[in-house]
Design a protein around this ligand. Sequence first.
Ligand code: NAD
Length: 297
Amino acid sequence: MAEIISGTAIRKEILSELKQEIQEMHEKHGIVPGLATILVGNNPASVSYVTLKAKTAKDIGCLEIQDNRPENISEQELLDIIRQYNDDPRIHGILVQLPLPRHINENKVLYAIDPDKDVDGFHPVNVGRMLIGGEVTGFLPCTPAGIQEMLVRSGTELSGAEVVVVGRSNIVGKPLSVLLAQKGRGGNATVTMVHTGTRNLAEHCRRADVLIVAAGRPGLVQADWIKPGATVIDVGVNRIGFNETTGKPILSGDVDFEAAEKIAGKITPVPGGVGPMTIAMLMKNTVLSAKRHLNLC
Ligand code: NAD
């Protein structure tokens, strides 16, 4: 049976390291990292994501400002709010919860965030910095960085490994493929990015020492697509029904987990795999930003 890579356990480890760092920062420099989370409207999923991010930030000792705005806020008002946080020295990270209402241009809003406070890593300046690589001066996008971190912390060899990434989205597949191919810690892999235009998808997957699936298609990857002993990272989060007793959604990944765990060497569950890592990396970016603003790194 495959070893389970628990994102929940790794997140706990990372948050406890960050809490320690924040305490030291406060003792030595009298400041704590500040995170502003901006939520427009009251979409239930967005409310629950933002609440969790805000709670996590507070738990580790950050200053957290949860800024909730009504659905009908104008684009200009939202841009003005972002500019205020850009100029606020207490704030080191700004996060705008997506999606935004249709009357607001998402890119315009994301691009208004100061790249040096863009802890989500979505600003084109940070995407460019990530692509160039070398000394990291920007912020890495949280989900890909979280996947890289869980591979490293689970002892998965990446240098020289055949990695296959299923999916080419801007938030997961594309940046992840770049990160894992870069030189350095958690990189140096030979990466193949496959997608809906790929012929013989299964054949590519079978070659992978590390198979990462971010397609948003429940059950896409079957056991016979997996090389025996491979590490399988399932990024997919799909609602496949509702629990009749609790009313909560039943989640499934993109991999047929029960069959895959008999073949893989290591595997991530859904939920409890990649999901928890995303928040941990958001906190890591916020602490990193505060350190940079203090010229500590
Ligand atoms: P997306 O829909 O933007 O992209 C999916 C990609 O998968 C596309 O590039 C497409 O080419 C590829 N794809 C889809 N079906 C395919 C198929 N049958 N064969 C080959 N390629 C196929 O999705 P996304 O934003 O990258 O998210 C992917 C999944 O990861 C979703 O389930 C999403 O909910 C989940 N996700 C999880 C986290 C997390 O923190 N755990 C974060 C982001 C996304």
